[in-house]
Design a protein around this ligand. Structure first.
Ligand code: ZN
Length: 177
């Protein structure tokens, strides 16, 4: 089932998510729905709070970034209770967007690489070494689990320039729901 998206202005996007205690039918259904919702929106990732669920779960389908900087999507991965380790000190800036913040694309500085440990939907722990856009993908989605949105990483003038667009999104989507 495709779930309804939550948009900027909805307080659910600013909450801290709780860990998943056990892989239950409810969690399996959530994951299935999140994968379906991500696919329906042709997105590269989706985190549980974006469908209104405050659990530490996200999905992503970035496979790798090639030498030319092209992003390749592949089979979707499920990350439950993820932890991030060893973010590179080196940051790279690249444009990203978010389903919950429509039509806003911003160059965001993020670590070039990071290691993620998480559980899949069968309950198996795995480690994945992420570089380039894959690192960006997991860092962006993981931020959602802590109530952080991508433009939060911008400072000063660049941050304040985003404000008018955010106000429009808030006004538009708060009327709808
Ligand atoms: Zn997002």
């Amino acid at each position: 089932m495709i779930r309804k998206l939550k948009y900027y202005g909805d307080p659910v996007l600013r909450q801290l998510c709780k860990p998943v205690e056990a892989i239950t039918d409810e969690i399996r259904e959530l994951v299935r729905d999140m994968l379906e919702t991500m696919e329906a929106h042709h997105a590269l990732g989706l985190a549980a709070p974006q469908v209104g669920v405050l659990l530490r779960v996200f999905v992503g389908c970035v496979e790798y970034e090639d030498e030319k900087g092209e992003v390749h999507a592949g089979k979707p991965w499920v990350y439950i209770n993820p932890t991030l380790k060893n973010p590179s000190e080196m940051l790279v800036e690249r444009s990203e967007g978010c389903l919950s913040v429509p039509k806003l694309y911003l160059a965001i500085p993020r670590p070039m690489s990071v290691v993620i440990e998480a559980m899949d939907v069968e309950g198996n722990l795995f480690t994945r070494e992420c570089t380039g856009y894959l690192a960006r993908n997991v860092l962006h989605e993981n931020d959602h689990l802590n109530g952080v949105l991508f433009f939060d990483w911008l400072k000063g003038k660049r941050r304040s320039e985003v404000e008018p667009h955010l106000r429009l999104i808030k006004a538009h989507y708060s009327k709808k729901s």
